[in-house]
Ligand binder design. Structure first.
Ligand code: FES
Length: 190
């Protein structure tokens, strides 16, 4: 029978059906193989994803010595921030606005005593209904312009209707760079 397929000698309708099935099988298998090849991550891609996650959560891990996760933080004028320059002028307890993430949001670094840049920053999305909160230095609070929720300088609710603290993103300080990563930090200290 196989010989008839390739020599084209099968003339019965049953033979034609079988040959059609055979060709459909070969064609279908080829398409499936191509699709799987596109869908499965390449070895280098999956390694990069793993390092991005690992080095965002645990930047001191030995595999992360030369890996910088996320993106460089910029000030609100778009100038890249150096960690030492920032620490020379930032005040502990006062959130410092930064940009850099692809959504173009302004996030807020937390400056701890030391001074030190905290491993997390505040994303200013109100947890009531999603409006963007603004930092009011005269009140020392983030205030939501939509329904008046207020949050303290690390994003804890001090006045509703919001019930939950502001979301956090991850910050990695390395090689004098401040890197923003759009995922939750390993620990929420609040
Ligand atoms: S959306 Fe912020 S208080 Fe309602």
């Amino acid at each position: 029978m196989m010989k008839e397929f390739f020599l084209g000698k099968s003339t019965s309708s049953a033979g034609k059906r079988t040959r059609r099935n055979f060709l459909n099988y070969i064609f279908g298998s080829s398409l499936a193989t191509i699709a799987i090849g596109y869908l499965l991550p390449k070895p280098s891609q999956s390694r990069e994803l793993d390092l991005e996650t690992l080095c965002s959560l645990y930047p001191q891990n030995s595999r992360c010595l030369n890996y910088l996760p996320g993106v460089k933080a910029q000030d609100t004028n778009g100038k890249v921030i150096q960690a030492d320059t920032l620490l020379a002028k930032a005040t502990p307890g006062i959130p410092f606005p930064v940009k850099g993430l692809p959504n173009d949001s302004v996030d807020y670094l937390i400056i701890k005593d030391g001074p030190q840049i905290a491993e997390y920053a505040i994303s200013p999305i109100c947890t009531h209904l999603g409006c963007t909160v603004e930092w009011h230095p005269e009140r020392n609070h983030f205030i939501c312009p939509c329904h008046g929720s207020q949050y303290d300088s690390v994003g804890r609710v001090v006045q509703g209707p919001a019930k939950h603290p502001l979301p956090l993103i991850t910050v990695v300080v390395k090689q004098n760079q401040v890197r923003l990563v759009a995922t939750k930090p390993a620990i929420d200290p609040r």
